[in-house]
Write a protein that binds this ligand. Sequence first.
Ligand code: HEC
Ligand code: HEC
Length: 153
Amino acid sequence: MMIKKLSIIASITLGLLAATAISMPANSAEIESLRGSSELDQDSKAPELKKYAKDGEPIARDYVQQPPLIPHKIKGYKVNLKSNKCLSCHSWKNYREAGATKISQTHFEDRDENVLANISARRYFCTQCHVPQVNAQPLVENQFEPITAISGE
Ligand code: HEC
Ligand code: HEC
């Protein structure tokens, strides 16, 4: 009885092993990420520095929930525990003087939908969602078009 059970378990295990072997690629070097591959013990080449777009007008949004793209350079703008350079222009206190868009009301909400008196911690690191722009070729083809309710076309 015991031996029979054991041999069933053994054959199931063997079957599983065989299935994994088949689903694994023959050679993992065939998989290459978009930034290319480099050997584990070698440093990869630093990508070329991109030229960020000059300061300009706000960029049209492609969908309603999109974090607006940053239409200006952000070089040297620090966001850390002590200070947040973005808020020095975009906070409700400073936006008028800076001529900047004030942060959205949604940025005061915590994850339980409590509305706070100041920016919520989950919105503090602006560049998690908002990104400056470079004139770069897309890495993969993309045919996304905004709906006419947004593009007006
Ligand atoms: C020196 C002031 C200043 C600083 C610092 C600054 N911005 Fe701006 N930002 C502006 C101004 C001015 C505009 C353009 C407003 C306009 O033309 O309507 C703008 C526009 C934007 C917009 C576009 C808003 C929209 O409605 O499309 C985003 C997003 C943005 N900034 C994010 C950031 C982030 C993130 C940082 C920090 C990394 C930052 N900004 C730092 C002044 C500033
Ligand atoms: C978790 C993602 C996220 C983070 C972090 C975040 N934002 Fe946003 N932001 C958004 C989204 C999404 C929108 C558009 C929808 C909305 O208004 O909430 C937006 C809208 C804005 C707008 C446009 C407001 C308007 O009235 O059109 C400004 C300006 C802005 N954010 C600035 C900032 C700044 C400055 C920070 C950092 C202090 C920041 N955001 C952090 C996601 C984020």
